[in-house]
Design a protein around this ligand. Sequence first.
Ligand code: AMP
Length: 510
Amino acid sequence: MQIPLTVRDFLDRAATVYPDRIAVVDEPAQPAASWGEVTYAGLDRLARSQAATLDELGVPVGGRVAIMSQNAARLLTSFYGVSGWGRVLVPINFRLATAEVEYIVRHSGAEVLLLDPALAHIADATDVKHTFILGEDDDQIWRSDAEPREWPGDEGDENDTATINYTSGTTARPKGVELTHRNLWINATTFGWQAGVNDRDVYLHTLPMFHCNGWGMVYGVTGMGGRHVVLRQVDGAEILRRVAEHGVTLLCCAPAVVSMVLDALRDWEGEVPGRDRVRVIVAGAPPPTRTIQRVREELGWEFIQIYGLTETAPLLTMNRFRAEWEGLPAEEQARLLGRAGAPALGVRLKVDDEGEILARSNVVLKSYWQNSEATAEALEGGWFHTGDGGAYQDGYVTIADRKKDVIISGGENVSSIEVEDALASHPAVREVAVIGIPDEKWGELVTALVVKAAEVTPEELIAHCRTRLAGYKCPKRIEFRDVLARTATGKLQKFKLREEFWAGRDRQVN
Ligand code: AMP
């Protein structure tokens, strides 16, 4: 027998086995009324109502529904209310500038746009058939008491696209990563299994849910009947408070967020929240060994590292403490945990002649939305090209550099080309190169090297970028140069430009 693997399975199971259990504790400080606590039976009803509303609006199977929201119970529900009955959810980064969102909404062809109240101004800049403000328009989004129409053959198709996640990469414009139900199902179950997700877990949403569907935890935690605790705004002390208040056992975040928690711990009075209970799963950049050691010693939390990309749903590798490392010195243990990890179940990896990490797995994207060229390039030779450089030894991957022109700051990707485009549109800029330089807090800092055509200050150039790009993509540092290193054919030699900032380090990513 073969029945389709669809994301609805996760909610169906929770609603059947744990109907009265609290599924989600919404952020109390949502700008529109918080949903408070919702049970799994309640979450199931809300998802069905949302799907039935989409039926009434005439959104077909395969139709795109974009959503732009900070973490919220309403966003969590939409992963099911939209994808669960065959539509495609497009979760958009809430930090993006209006022009960037307008592009994504247009490119994805979304028929419906759901906006957090704090982002209501986006409505004026986008041209979408139906726009609703979450919270304010709840009676329209969750208006139907009807049962949603079944999606082909009652059970759906696992090869249909469930979400399109836009990600900044090697092109000037973000690309839409099409992930199928099958991709998401396999990621959620292997990730959940290897991270030991179970029905006693209380999961704190420190990671934005838009980022690769919260790495799949919106599905994995639900399927096991775990409890979701929504955090709207990342803050070290607030994370500690919520861990204590809700008995949190599991959270995912970038290394920068781990550092915020460690900083907040200095002023924390009383028992350390979650000691010997919490598992923290970290990815996005290689965490410093010292940070790993501090998490284990000062917080007493289990440190798990994963590596992957939005394009791989995301889990490719996991590094979790092994029994064999038990008697080793703490520093050596932290060093071993500092590697990106060993392949997750069902993932094949290899490193090509140029040192790029390639992967084959059922979690690899179906395609980039309406971009067959980029898809063919990424999947060339039947392997997914990660754009990351590294080593694969003794079953473990270490990320050492990046083949792609991407900067990762605070766990979010920034396309150098996109920032270069924004700067080059200023009349005082003759030439520009954007690179990442190592930074204690954010991992890497977006830095621009500029050859001037006229007098201009760094502040003016940064202000210019702010009108076009999300704040986190704008250069934090601008340096003026007389010339920029180029090849004989005129191509920027980024590795040369980066050299002075990265000297003395054994890896070129941070
Ligand atoms: P995204 O698609 O936004 O999730 O970004 C994926 C990229 O983040 C990867 O291609 C890597 O460059 C980087 N990345 C993710 N996890 C790790 C890790 N554990 N160590 C180093 N880099 C990472």
